[in-house]
Design a protein around this ligand. Structure first.
Ligand code: PCA
Length: 197
């Protein structure tokens, strides 16, 4: 039995929903050899830092697959987590770190420990746009990805960590020029990812 932790974020900035939580929340586990835990995380740097080691110890997942929302037309399979917080906008607690390392004793960067190329190919094979991304940004998504990899390294945990950025949902971009992707396509992509993990 494998245990997977799926995380999505609460809404932030000007958004009323967050596509990452919409996807995670809608996931229905049909695999008998998979235990799935879902968590909705705050878009807050400090809260995420406090939560990550607790979550890893409490749930002891084999895999953490974390999702966030960003502006774009493709699903972005993130390769790199940077040891850097540099926020253009305040987080949901009003905190705006600028040029701040996440951990002084951490590496400058960690790489995803999931098979990112296989994941990208499996999604693309379903005719859903997916790319490898070499930057998860310097906001709360990168922060979460970094904390997960930092704590797995520090605690010598075997947990595999991956981060995926999702486009907006159609209902989030009405009246704008921003691209979007349907929940159904995201659900197919998530199903494909889970199949190969
Ligand atoms: N996206 C933001 C934080 C939460 C989210 O869904 C980011 O890309 O950092």
């Amino acid at each position: 039995m494998k245990r997977i932790l799926l995380t999505g974020f609460e809404p932030f900035h000007e958004y009323k929903i967050n596509s990452s939580w919409s996807l995670v929340d809608s996931f229905e586990n049909t695999m008998s050899d998979l235990e799935c835990i879902k968590l909705r995380l705050p878009v807050e740097f400090k809260a995420v830092s406090n939560l990550v080691p607790e979550i890893l110890k409490q749930y002891q997942p084999d895999i953490v697959l974390a999702f966030g929302q960003c502006t774009g037309d493709s699903i972005r399979i993130e390769r790199v987590a940077l040891n850097l917080d540099d926020a253009r906008i305040a987080d949901n607690s009003g905190y705006t770190p600028i040029d701040k390392p996440i951990h002084d004793d951490g590496k400058n960067a960690y790489f995803s420990t999931l098979p990112i190329k296989c994941i990208q190919q499996a999604i693309a094979d379903k005719n859903i746009p997916a790319i490898i991304s070499n930057s998860a940004g310097t906001y709360v998504c990168n922060h979460l990805f970094y904390e997960l990899l930092y704590w797995c390294d520090k605690l010598s945990l075997p947990t595999k960590i991956g981060f995926v950025h999702l486009p907006h949902l159609p209902e989030q971009v009405i009246g704008t020029q921003n691209p979007s992707m349907s929940l159904q396509q995201m659900q197919i992509a998530l199903h494909e990812i889970i199949k190969i993990l």
